[in-house]
Design a protein around this ligand. Structure first.
Ligand code: DGJ
Length: 737
């Protein structure tokens, strides 16, 4: 999969889908030749480089006319020299200079893939699953080594990239910028797609044409954020869900990030993805090193859908790890929307008893169980029960009773936060992120604990460990309800303050690592006021994410559709909640609420005691349905069929790996009277297989008919109270007649 041609100094990383070609120039500079659909092996690709003399160009050497860095596709551009575009790396040296000059030193090719130190990263299943390349460059003046790491998988159309800096010289250096990946593209005929939004409208799809200049998305909020997910895609003009070339860039990171595309005035594009440089600087002493997070770059020649399936497969099988990898997710009920913090043991047990009756597998007790927590003004930081009026026998007592019913028990934590009104804050007011002598901003009446300080992480670790082991906990919802402001750590020296945002997120990862080691079977669900930290870094530790607080099924169509652009269905927490919906008051039929939530890590967020007898029967039926089709729904190949951002209809489907069965979800947002019938073209089926729809012997079609002509959508729900917000599910099973 990785070839090095000594004569031409070229690396060709390839599998049956993609090629990635790098060249070492005569001067030791790394040029980028190509990334895209696989091309034939050649000893020398230098004819593909565009090297020519340009007016006013700057050249590194007097005799190197034509090799201007400004007009060359570079592999990893550092600041200094004649490239005036945005660099991937910038280092400040002790004498004030910011000029680097990294030249090729050596390289290593090996089977398998190494884990990144202290950071979440993808892994290889075996030695032959992935091959890796490390190219080592050296700045001889400062005696600093830069290692560019690449991994390519046999069966995946993608490349993983990261970089590492090792300072071996005397004196400190300060890294000002270090992106995980740079990709120089020869043209800019693309549209930029990103997933942006806010609380309760996370990962809405946004698209725009690339223009000359810089465009991008970022977070400087201390979390990957609801505003901009650490992902962008470049779509060839005219590319769609099914057709055309797409490049997808995803960062395995949960902190501040920047995804940026610069189009120069020659219309070449440079894509950078990595830690946001404006809130970062990192000094290295002799012998110290810095590791960047990992970037994943997917290539698709058949549209966005195929790119998404590559990300889903990759994240499910090479990022999610441990006990929950490939496992069907338990059907849960969470009490948040039913009770918020106003509960006692009886109220909770009443819901749990009903949940057990419905066949629900896991009960999750949300916010409000610890400290003096009756509203959001107090209690965070005190991870023990103080209010025995609420829980007379503590969490352990409640957990015991719920487990006795035959359900697993899960618990909510917000480990990174503290209220001023808490034992923890009273004892350790210096354990929060706050700048000396400056105002300390609050959000939801809470403050951010200094997770860059190992002492703080250790304290929270012990507190959580105690509850988890005492209360027999199977699931943790790890929330995080405010962003970081006034970023400063009292535990670090002035010169290290540029490290705090990154060290904070390393502290979060460290805590996850410890808890996962102690409790390997506990299922973690990440959460951040809904989906403000639903990113691949979190996914490595928490195989599910509560992707939004917005539980309205119609709003969820966009959120789940957008989230599925990158993230697997198994990872998206999706619950049926009560009507009128808590966020927007909408009355959506139970059937539609279920039909949307089925495509996710399914659960409930309501008080089942408030349902009618018929409502309860519906719940039982939904639970039976999910148990029967869970594998298909959560791990099937997912195809988006109709885009709710573009019209009144949303549709998607999941197909089993062997193409024996599929489930289609079809959603009509507003009712339309006397609408012409519709054929919905399905995808991913076997052309030659006969499929029976909804067990109806009169509805048997070949896969090619369903895919190329389409499935007739019956508007049988044309009149009636549920005219708006209606939906249908279609279950397709391959049959032999
Ligand atoms: C925000 C989460 O997104 C909700 O689901 C809930 O857990 C609340 N926090 C609890 O405070």
């Amino acid at each position: 999969m990785i070839k090095y041609e000594e004569k031409s100094g070229e690396f060709h990383l390839s599998n049956k889908y993609i090629s990635y070609i790098i060249k070492i120039s005569e001067g030791g500079e790394l040029y980028h030749i190509y990334f895209g659909k696989r091309i034939r092996e050649r000893e020398d690709f230098s004819h593909l480089l565009k090297i020519c003399d340009r007016p006013l160009a700057i050249y590194s050497e007097e005799n190197e006319i034509g090799h201007s860095l400004q007009y060359t596709q570079r592999e990893y551009p550092f600041y200094g020299g004649g490239d005036f575009r945005y660099p991937a790396m910038e280092i400040a040296y002790e004498n004030g200079s910011r000029i680097s000059c990294f030249k090729y030193s050596n390289h290593k090719i090996y089977q398998g893939k190494k884990k990144l130190e202290g950071l979440p990263s993808s892994y290889a299943l075996s030695e032959s699953d992935a091959h890796s390349l490390e190219i080592c460059l050296e700045d001889s003046l400062s005696n600093t080594l830069l290692t560019l790491s690449y991994s390519i998988y046999e069966e995946m159309p993608l490349i993983c990239k990261s970089v590492r800096l090792l300072h071996r010289g005397e004196g400190d250096i300060r890294i000002e910028k270090v992106f995980s990946s740079c990709l120089d593209l020869p043209d800019s005929d693309y549209e930029l797609l990103h997933l942006s939004g806010a609380w309760s409208r996370e990962r809405h799809i946004k698209k725009r044409s690339l223009e000359q200049g810089i465009q991008g998305i970022y977070s400087m909020r201390g979390a990957s954020s609801a505003e901009h997910n650490p992902f962008i895609a470049l779509l060839r003009k005219g590319a769609s869900e099914e057709y055309g070339e797409v490049l997808g860039f995803s960062l395995v990171y949960s902190g501040n990030h920047l995804e940026q595309v610069e189009v120069d005035t020659d219309n070449a594009a440079r894509v950078l993805i990595g830690i946001h440089p404006d809130t970062f600087s990192w000094n290295l002493k002799k012998g110290e090193s810095f590791q960047s997070p990992e970037a994943i770059i997917v290539y698709s020649d058949s549209g966005l859908n195929a790119m998404s399936r590559s990300f889903h497969k990759f994240f499910n099988t090479r990022l999610v790890n441990g006990y929950w990898k490939d496992r069907e997710r338990p059907i849960l009920i969470n009490n948040w929307e039913a009770t918020e913090m106003d509960f006692d043991e009886k109220k909770i047990l009443d819901i749990a008893i009903k949940a057990k009756e419905a066949g629900i597998e896991l009960f999750v007790l949300d916010d409000g169980w610890f400290g003096e927590r009756n509203n959001d003004k107090s209690g965070l930081g005190d991870w023990y029960v103080k209010n025995f009026k609420k829980l007379p026998e503590g969490v352990s007592g409640l957990s015991k009773k719920i487990r006795k019913l035959g359900m697993k028990f899960g618990l909510w934590f917000e480990p990174e936060m503290v209220n001023k009104n808490s034992d923890l804050y009273r004892k350790h007011p210096d354990w929060v992120i706050a700048a000396p002598d400056r105002n300390m901003s609050q959000g939801r009446n809470q403050y951010v604990l200094d997770f860059s300080n190992p002492l703080v992480v250790e304290y929270i670790y012990r507190a959580m460990k105690k509850v988890i082991s005492e209360a027999g906990i199977s699931y943790i919802k790890w929330d995080m309800n405010r962003y970081i402001t006034e970023c400063y750590s009292a535990a670090h020296q002035a010169k290290d303050q540029g490290k705090i945002f990154h060290k904070y997120i390393l502290g979060v990862y460290g805590l996850y690592e410890k808890l996962k080691t102690d409790f390997p079977e506990v299922l973690f669900e990440s959460c951040s006021s809904g989906g403000a930290r639903s990113d691949p870094g979190m996914l490595y530790y928490a195989p599910q994410s509560w992707i939004s607080d917005d539980t309205d099924a119609i709003e969820r169509l966009k959120i789940q559709y957008g989230t599925s652009i990158v993230y697997p269905i198994s990872s998206m927490g999706a619950h049926i909640s009560a009507v009128p919906n808590q966020q927007n008051g909408r009355m959506t039929p139970m059937k539609t609420r279920a039909n949307v939530a089925f495509f996710g890590a399914f659960g409930y967020e309501l008080d089942l005691n408030e349902l009618t007898k018929e409502g309860m029967e519906e719940v039982k039926e939904q639970v039976r349905f999910v148990k029967k089709h869970r594998k298909l729904l959560q791990y099937g190949d997912f195809y988006r069929l109709q885009n709710p951002f573009e019209g009144n209809i949303a549709a998607w489907m999941s197909v089993s790996e062997d193409k024996q069965e599929a489930i289609v979800g079809y959603y009509r947002i507003l009712g339309e009277v006397n609408k012409a019938y519709k054929r919905l073209k399905l995808q991913g089926l076997d052309e030659k297989k006969l499929y029976m729809v909804n067990g109806d012997e009169k509805q048997v079609y070949y896969g090619d008919e369903l895919m190329y002509i389409g499935m007739l959508i019956e508007h049988t729900w044309e009149r009636g109270a549920d005219l708006d917000f209606s939906s249908e599910l279609y279950y397709l099973e391959s049959v032999i007649l």
